[in-house]
Design a protein around this ligand. Structure first.
Ligand code: URA
Length: 434
């Protein structure tokens, strides 16, 4: 088999066999004489324009998943469940849904990522809790899941290494925004992470990869089909990312807001998305209807047991759970600057991506992998799309201990649009693909 023949085949819009895809992925990751980047890049561009059949997407995902360690969670039983968000601004749902579903008997054995660019990452948020360790050995990870039903750690270095290589090439060859390539990239890591049930939060809007519901639906359907072909129970929820989720953006600020949801005092939008995700996770792993699952989720918020489960996980991973018991212990940023409205009118649009960038400029996110984070940094929104504001009203607070706030303030204001007409209320959950 020759790589040039595979490029030719895809260039002509023909479908690859399983053997051809395996050849490509093995050739990509082998140490001795790997397939050169220029050939892989040419093939990626051919896929970008010609697409892939559902069968090819499954073969590609499966080969990428098997290119590294496959986590074996069989010792944890049948009720292992995972969730994945395609990435958004202010998305702290993992910190909420993981303890909720673990309290109710499902096992959350979760590997999460770090933030890059304008999106945050769960691992960074957890590291805002003093002492919290996101690196566990495989045995420690499994033992914690067995004892506590919950562990959230960083992705191991050898999880789907083929995806790491392909993603790096996609990033520099303008081939990231291809549905077959995004679906196989996300699902290869989820399959390798080993859970029996997987719920996907596919974000739609200005702060997401997918800017419209049609492409988000198509991505969701492909990922659900891949998971089912790999014998996993699957659901995908299309949720709004035109507006940041909740009011808090930034690591410690988001942990505080997540705890508020577990105390029954969180923002309406964040609570609703979290309850929908948690209900689907529970419904798949306990084989119950989503409505019954939702009632159970509400009950463990009301009786405080979900918050206690988060404290239990924090303690098990070496963190100081007193910060969860009383979130006022999180240090406040040295500088807190108020952003005032420049005019009267309805807030008619918030560009979630720009707000994420403003938060990064305050020190909450990274531009490069090696950048250090300011855990106190971020934005607290005081007004959101649909609200009426008067000139001089406070729109948001910018928090930072390490940066000047000027460029963040400019970026934040450039994310907003005002209008004399009240905008239609935005939908929060578009649909569920099961
Ligand atoms: N997230 C991933 O892991 N892969 C993609 O291709 C896009 C988003």
């Amino acid at each position: 088999m020759r790589m040039s023949d595979l490029i030719e085949k895809k260039k002509c819009g023909l479908a690859h066999t399983r053997e051809e895809i395996d050849f490509l992925i093995h050739g990509l990751v082998r140490e001795a004489e790997p397939i050169p980047d220029y050939q892989i890049s040419a093939w990626l561009m051919a896929v970008y324009f010609r697409g892939m059949t559902d069968e090819e997407i499954f073969y590609l995902t499966d080969a990428m998943a098997r290119s590294g360690d496959m986590t074996d969670l069989s010792a944890l039983g049948e009720m292992t469940v995972d969730k994945h968000s395609t990435g958004g601004v202010g998305d702290k749902t993992t910190l909420i849904v993981a303890p909720i579903v673990a309290t109710l008997g499902a096992t959350v054995a979760k590997m999460s990522g770090r933030g890059l660019g304008f999106t945050g990452g769960t691992v960074d948020k957890l590291e805002a809790i003093p002492g919290f360790c996101t690196v566990l050995s495989r045995d420690e990870f499994l033992a914690q899941c067995k004892t506590h039903g919950i562990a959230v750690v960083g992705q191991s270095g050898n999880l789907a290494p083929a995806d790491k290589k392909l993603y790096a090439l996609r990033d520099v060859t303008a081939t990231v925004d291809s549905i077959p390539l995004i679906a196989s990239s996300i699902m290869s890591k989820k399959l390798a992470a080993g859970a029996k049930s997987i719920v996907l939060d596919v974000k739609v809007g200005s702060g997401a990869f997918m800017k419209d519901t049609a492409s988000a639906r198509s991505l969701a359907q492909k990922m659900v089909a891949i998971g089912k072909a790999a014998e996993r129970s699957m659901a995908a929820i299309l949720t709004n990312m035109d507006i940041p989720l909740g009011f808090a953006i930034g690591n410690a600020l988001e942990v505080k807001e997540a705890v508020a949801v577990l105390e029954g005092k969180g923002p309406r939008d964040l609570t609703e998305v979290s309850l929908t995700l948690a209900s689907e996770m529970l419904s798949l792993s306990l084989h119950i209807q989503a409505e019954e699952a939702r009632e159970k989720c509400l009950s463990v918020i009301a009786d405080g047991s979900a918050k206690r489960k988060l404290c239990e996980m924090v303690r098990a991973q070496g963190g100081d759970a007193s910060y969860i018991e009383d979130t006022e212990k999180f240090p406040r940023a040295e500088t807190v600057c108020k952003v005032l409205s420049p005019e009267d009118g309805y807030l008619s649009h918030m560009d979630a991506e720009k707000i994420g960038i403003a938060s990064s400029l305050l020190g909450a996110g990274r531009e490069k992998k090696e950048d250090l984070l300011d855990m106190t940094a971020g934005i607290v929104l005081c007004r959101k799309t649909g609200d009426y504001v008067k000139k001089g009203d406070i729109l948001a607070e910018l928090h930072t201990s390490t940066r000047d706030t000027r460029s963040a303030e400019e970026t934040f204001l450039s994310a907003l649009a005002f209008s004399g007409i009240q905008p239609e209320p935005a939908k929060l959950i578009y649909e569920i693909v099961r």
